[in-house]
Design a protein around this ligand. Sequence first.
Ligand SMILES: Nc1ncnc2c1[nH]c(=O)n2[C@H]1C[C@H](O)[C@@H](COP(=O)(O)OP(=O)(O)OP(=O)(O)O)O1
Length: 180
Amino acid sequence: MPPPGLSDDLQKFNAGGSGDWFPVAEIRYYTNVFIMYEDKILLGYKKRGLGIHKYNGFGGKVEPDESTLDAALRELKEEAGITAPLIHAGTLLFVVPGQKWAHIDIFRADEYTGTITESDEMRPEWFEKTNIPFDNMWDSDRHWFPLLLSNQRFSARADFDREGEKYIQKKWWIGIDSKT
Ligand SMILES: Nc1ncnc2c1[nH]c(=O)n2[C@H]1C[C@H](O)[C@@H](COP(=O)(O)OP(=O)(O)OP(=O)(O)O)O1
């Protein structure tokens, strides 16, 4: 049975951790974009802010009056200097007690245009799909990345405890969105 916040008709892919799900809170919308090319994936090394010193997709907050797709395209341009024909790949609910829930729409593309450029926020870097730096990413990424890489749409929830600047994964649930 999917946790609160996810649709009931998902097919479970994996789940783990312990304890209760954190209580419902207001939602804030974010985006995250992954560019694939042949056997490689483009990640960004975060130079500031939430997730500093981790590798992630390119993305950030959705601004008022902006669609998630427009926000994803804007952040990809701002943070990596490129544009791409984005496809919605999945959704991650990132939950931390005492904070708004982050609803992250995750996009992918298999091509891009422009010159990949480092920004103040992100240093882009290509990785082999067989050598993704999970030990230096958000802990939940390793659980949904197989679905991103195999082009299966997913919805996921990951609850993290916060200890100072550290985020410790407590519980997660990943489902395949079989409607698509
Ligand atoms: N758990 C987890 N896994 C993978 N990705 C993420 C998380 N939690 C997250 O917040 N994220 C992603 C979602 C976004 O792409 C970024 C966070 O966005 P942020 O850099 O705070 O937003 P910006 O709008 O770019 O920030 P500023 O420009 O205001 O600094 O991490």
